[in-house]
Each structure stands twice: as structure tokens, then as C-alpha cells.
Design a protein around this ligand. Structure first.
Ligand SMILES: [Fe+2]
Length: 222
């Protein structure tokens, strides 16, 4: 409202200005009891019994908390990486962050399909994850990569166990998600990370690596 003719307002009160718009006003500061507690199932008609859904939801929420933590660790390392391989690792960490983010969404939505409640907020994730908390400060790149590899292996171990449990219980959808998306994606990311920790020369080949070739030539002459 811009003042007209030097007046603060034209004499109209706020209530007159707002009269008739009550139904389009947002209703703010609403509160109510939650409609489904965490750890309870609101079963959907998906041809799986309640116990099977509840067991898969419990497993998937653990996997979700760990996947959210790994995803966030990738972003931390994307920002904080340092050294000669800065640019390459900066990009790789962000690529893996994006792929982990897609897994987070798939796991969370599978939990909802099973009638469960997905863990979501950082506070709850921090209390649930089994991945050790990294320091707030910056670390060297090989330490970052080692930390990521350990987190991947923890997730892969639990994923293998959960995939088998889901298959044995007849929860094919959860088994498919865990095997086709979670295990395959994590394994591929492990490969891309682990190759950075192989200690090979960057520019000049190590002399010692030529030895087997010399020995082979000598044995061929003999
Ligand atoms: Fe970025």
C-alpha cells in the first residue's frame, strides 16, 4: 500500500480491505495428532501379509538411514576435497551423491508402499544409522575415500541379508529393489572409488615394474 496524497492510508481500515476474502486465507499454525505412528503399518492391498510388510519396513528404514548418511557424506566430501585430484574427485563425489539420492527416494517410497512410515529427518537418521560419524573438519582425499568405501561395504552387507529375507518372505518387490538398485549401484560406486587407492605412479613408471619383462627376455634367450 503506497501512501497517496501524503497520507499513510486513504482512510480504509484493513478489515474493509480484507472483507470477503476469508475463504482464500491460509489457515496457519495448525496442529493435530499424527495419523500414523512411526513403526506402525497402515496396510495397502498389495497381496502381502502385515508381518511381511512390517519386517521389510524395519529393514528398509535401516537401509534408508544408512543411505541418507552415505549420500550426505558424498556431499561433504564433494565440498571439502583437496589435492591434485581435486577436480576429478569433486565431480565424482557429486555424481555418486546424485545416484545415492535416487536410491533414498526409491527406498523411502517402497516403505510407504508397504504401509510403513519412512524415516526422514536428520535427527532421526543420526540416531538410526550404523555408519560412524565423520569429523566436521576436512580430511585428506585417501581418508575420505576409505571412509566412503567402509560405508558402502556396511550398506552392501545389510543389503545382502535384507534381500534374502525379503525373497524368503515372498516380498519380491523389496527383493528386486535391494538387488537391482541398491546392491548394483553401491557395487559400481565401490569400483570407481577403490581404483583411486591403488598406489601406481602418475607420470613415470616405477623401474621395479620393468623387472619381470627383463627376466622374461633373459629366459627367452637361454
Ligand atoms: Fe557442487
Amino acid at each position: 500500500m503506497s501512501p497517496k496524497n501524503g497520507k499513510a492510508n486513504s482512510g480504509q481500515s484493513y478489515s474493509n480491505i480484507e472483507a470477503g476474502s476469508e475463504r482464500s486465507r491460509p489457515i496457519l499454525h495448525q496442529k493435530a495428532r499424527e495419523i500414523q505412528p512411526y513403526n506402525k503399518i497402515a496396510k495397502l492391498p498389495i497381496a502381502l501379509d502385515e508381518k511381511v510388510c512390517a519386517d521389510s519396513v524395519e529393514n528398509l528404514n535401516q537401509l534408508l538411514a544408512d543411505t541418507i548418511t552415505l549420500r550426505d557424506m558424498y556431499k561433504k566430501h564433494h565440498w571439502q576435497v583437496v589435492g591434485h585430484t581435486f577436480y576429478q574427485l569433486h565431480l565424482l563425489f557429486d555424481k555418486h551423491h546424485g545416484e545415492e539420492d535416487e536410491l533414498v527416494d526409491s527406498i523411502a517410497e517402497r516403505i510407504q508402499v508397504l504401509g510403513g512410515v519412512s524415516i526422514a529427518m536428520a535427527h532421526d537418521v543420526a540416531e538410526t544409522t550404523l555408519i560412524p560419524r565423520p569429523p566436521r573438519g576436512r580430511e585428506e582425499a585417501p581418508v575420505q575415500i576409505s571412509r566412503l568405501l567402509e560405508a558402502h561395504e556396511l550398506i552392501l552387507k545389510e543389503a545382502h541379508t535384507m534381500a534374502k529375507q525379503a525373497a524368503d518372505a515372498g516380498d519380491d518387490g523389496t527383493n528386486d529393489l535391494v538387488v537391482s538398485e541398491i546392491i548394483r549401484t553401491n557395487e559400481l560406486q565401490v569400483w570407481f572409488l577403490a581404483e583411486h587407492l591403488v598406489d601406481v605412479p602418475l607420470v613415470k613408471a616405477d623401474d621395479a615394474s620393468a623387472e619381470p619383462t627383463k627376466a622374461k627376455a633373459a629366459s627367452a634367450r637361454a
